[in-house]
Design a protein around this ligand. Structure first.
Ligand code: NAP
Ligand code: HSE
Length: 318
């Protein structure tokens, strides 16, 4: 039998909890895909007394995971810039591979993290950071030979949910509370509503497609807070819908990227999306137009992408 691969979780909230649950419930399938049994060695949380409903050894000091020499893969799902950055760097220093869903730290620290992974000869994988279950990070990596023209779509489930709930008669705050209850929103939901989350994701996709770091500050942002019920209804009267679009225009000289509320046709994929569904359309020269769509937020959809990355790493381990 092949040796187990031990995984340490940093964070056990919406996403970490779903990863732990999936590891418990589908061990056989994971082993068949990874070529090794995957073992959850422990999970770091802030509050070890919170009821979790998952079977995992809990610690409140991340270094109990990072200093555990039996752990080969660290999954960081705490979120945010710090302490996530320090924890990623500490993991690489200790020879561990890192898988994350944290788009903020990847977008802001692109060079530092890639350099740390390269010097440690370890992998940094972040499929879950953009569009959760939809493998757009893998797709963008696979498009190295093409010249992208336009990337557009929906990369934030919370804002799509809010727009569609307002169309159905809900108020903004009510719709945001619902998105939080469903586990779509960030810990600080202003990251969703003010466009930071979409800007980080767009920055990651553009960086992959261009093969160089496109900083999140280069993405121009318009908050969804400017959206009024009247504007949504007026657009609906013309068979249009308002959605929080992410757009990158890869011009001849410079790439321009923006996120914000824009009108779309009600029959478009974006207009039809009502919840965590993400849509990413990439127009290219060699490969024509590619469209990706699927669940872009929520614990299970994100766990799917994280475990896909863990499996890819485990396949390369002896
Ligand atoms: P969450 O529910 O707020 O969970 C965060 C977890 O991290 C909690 O378990 C929390 O501990 C723990 N934590 C926070 N600060 C910590 C610290 N300083 N030390 C140790 N543990 C700490 O967040 P989430 O929704 O799972 O999101 C996690 C990451 O996944 C974020 O980067 C997010 O952007 C990304 N993501 C989320 C989704 C989604 O749909 N939710 C989808 C794709 C990507 P306690 O439980 O004790 O509070
Ligand atoms: N808060 C994010 C969203 C989670 O609403 O899309 C998925 O990255």
């Amino acid at each position: 039998m092949s040796r187990p691969v031990r995984v340490g979780l940093l964070g056990l909230g919406t996403v970490g909890g779903a990863v732990a649950k999936a590891m418990g419930e589908r061990a056989k399938r994971l082993e068949a895909s990874a070529g090794h049994p995957l073992e959850l060695a422990g999970a770091c949380v802030r509050d070890a007394t919170k009821p979790r409903g998952v079977d995992a050894r809990l610690v409140t000091d991340a270094f109990e995971i990072l200093d555990d020499e039996s752990i080969q893969i660290v999954v960081e799902v705490i979120g945010g810039h710090r302490p996530a950055l320090d924890l990623h760097l500490a993991a690489f220093e200790r020879g561990k591979h890192v898988v994350t869903a944290n788009k903020e730290v990847v977008a802001k620290e692109w060079r530092v993290l890639h350099e740390a992974a390269r010097s440690a000869k370890r992998e940094l994988r972040f499929e879950a950071a953009v569009a959760a279950a939809v493998p757009v990070v893998a797709a963008a990596r696979a498009l190295g030979a093409v010249r992208p023209r336009i990337l557009s779509g929906l990369v934030n489930g919370t804002t799509t949910y809010i727009c569609s709930r307002i169309e159905a008669g809900a108020g903004f705050d009510e719709a945001l509370r619902e998105a939080q209850a469903k586990g779509y929103a960030e810990a600080d939901p202003s990251a969703d509503v003010d466009g930071w989350d979409a800007a980080y994701k767009l920055s990651i996709l553009v960086s992959l497609l261009e093969g160089r770091w496109f900083r999140p500050e280069q993405v121009s942002r318009t908050s969804l807070r400017s959206l009024t019920v009247d504007a949504v209804r007026e657009a609906a009267s013309r068979d249009r819908r308002i959605r929080y679009l992410a757009v990158a225009d890869f011009g001849e000289r410079a790439t321009k990227a923006r996120v914000g509320p824009e009108e779309v046709s009600s029959s478009s994929l974006e207009g039809q999306a009502s919840g965590p569904t993400n849509v990413v359309r990439i127009e290219t020269d060699l490969a024509g137009t590619l469209t990706f769509m699927g669940p872009g937020a929520g614990g299970d959809a994100t766990a799917s992408a994280i475990l896909g990355d863990v499996i890819q790493i485990a396949r390369g381990l002896r």
